[in-house]
Design a protein around this ligand. Structure first.
Ligand SMILES: [Zn+2]
Length: 391
């Protein structure tokens, strides 16, 4: 049963599934998967104060080994539609590319994987009995949003059901310039921090009657942002701390303010874990408090960890994926851990996970589009992966 990945990708793009709306995208996908024999389970999740989000888990086969493709049908907003050359939710083909929101991130990759499964099954006349393992898709509608009612809750559900996945490929647009240039084998961790420094408000002409928190916080910001975290590691670049804001909110010129806050983000490598990094930040700030002559108690630190660092050591599966990429594109993919976080940060808790999809150049931008050949070639790469996986 041949399945055209371009056509399926276009049908997915036609559903304006801007998080948290599904807009029919999962129905389109489920229809295609059920036609291939997948058992599909919809998993809508919600919790107080959040939008309900629909998700889909589909599995073909019951045996091991079990390979899973993970991804998301939700997309970021199109922004100013008039700035686009085409309607972002039509799925036009123009100049040998497929255009529309989600073409690269990541409806094109989902369609490529489904077409790969169809093509793989074509070579196996009796699907359920001939696959010596299982293929599943774990598709969320909450990746671009708060990521509360999506992959994380699906993984809990999988664990409760006793579902065991051996290997997972996330279809994020990992390639920088050309299809096949990059596989992601890990991601850095991310933590957001807020430092609040408290003093005593007063008149600028009577500084001895006030306690100015601004210079103290400025010293802390300087101390923190000039401290080196590490030199990097085998698979990771050095960890990086970026100050993102310094706020006093003082509109008066004659008042020493009572409070100042600063915010920062750290992207960290596998030299760190959430707790060791938290301890490092606190120790730097305490040391600085001593230097600028303020009580450690005069500042408050809040840290929100949004994802741990993870690394999937390159093993046989990464080698097979690399070989498939080389065969189709003639490129040797770089094994990278750079870039932002993805749902792989959650999936790594239950299975080995790598990421490989389309080229990310236009993702989240106006005029998002991907070459038709890239979608076809990605589908062929996924098909080779499946073929080698079940030998
Ligand atoms: Zn994405």
């Amino acid at each position: 049963m041949a399945l055209d990945p371009i056509n399926l990708a276009a049908r997915l793009i036609q559903c304006p599934s801007v998080t948290p709306d599904d807009a029919g995208a999962l129905d389109v996908l489920q229809g295609a998967l059920e036609a291939l024999g997948f058992a599909c389970k919809r998993l809508p999740f919600s919790e107080p104060g959040t939008d309900t989000v629909d998700n889909l888990y589909a599995r073909l086969g019951t045996k091991t080994p079990h390979i899973c493709f993970a991804g998301h049908t939700d997309v970021v907003p199109a922004g100013d539609k008039s700035a686009w050359q085409v309607d972002p939710f039509v799925g036009n083909i123009h100049a040998q590319s497929l255009w529309g929101r989600g073409a690269a991130d990541m409806k094109g990759a989902i369609a490529a994987f489904v077409a790969a499964v169809a093509s793989y099954l074509d070579a196996h006349p009796s699907p359920n009995s001939s696959i010596s393992g299982s293929i599943s898709l774990l598709i969320t509608g909450d990746e671009e949003g708060p990521s509360i009612n999506g992959t994380r809750k699906m993984l809990d559900w999988l664990t409760q059901q006793g579902e065991v996945i051996d290997d997972c490929v996330v279809g994020e647009p990992t390639n920088t310039d050309a299809l096949g240039d990059t596989i992601k084998i890990g991601r850095r961790g991310s933590v957001n921090g807020t430092i609040t420094m408290t003093g005593t408000q007063g008149h600028v002409a009577y500084p001895h009657l006030a306690d100015n928190p601004v210079p103290r916080l400025a010293a802390m910001v300087h101390h923190l942002s000039t401290s080196k975290l590490d030199e990097g590691s085998t698979h990771f670049q050095p960890s990086n701390l970026a100050m993102t804001s310094f706020d006093v909110g003082n509109s008066a010129t004659n008042i020493i303010p009572a409070q100042a806050t600063a915010r920062f983000n750290i992207r960290y490598n596998d030299n760190w874990q959430a707790d060791t990094l938290s301890a490092w930040v606190r120790a730097r700030l305490d040391a600085c408090a001593g230097l600028v002559d303020c009580e450690p108690a005069s500042y408050e630190l809040a840290l929100v960890h949004t994802g741990d660092c993870f690394l999937t050591e390159p093993g046989p599966f990464v080698k097979q994926l690399s070989a498939a990429i080389h065969k189709v594109t003639n490129r040797e993919p770089t094994l990278s851990t750079s870039g932002g976080t993805s749902d792989a940060r959650f999936i790594k808790n239950i299975t080995r996970v790598v990421e490989f999809g389309l080229v990310g150049k236009t993702m989240h931008k106006v005029d998002e589009h991907v070459p038709l050949d890239d979608i076809r070639q990605l589908s062929e790469i996924y098909r080779l992966v499946l073929q080698n996986y079940f030998i």
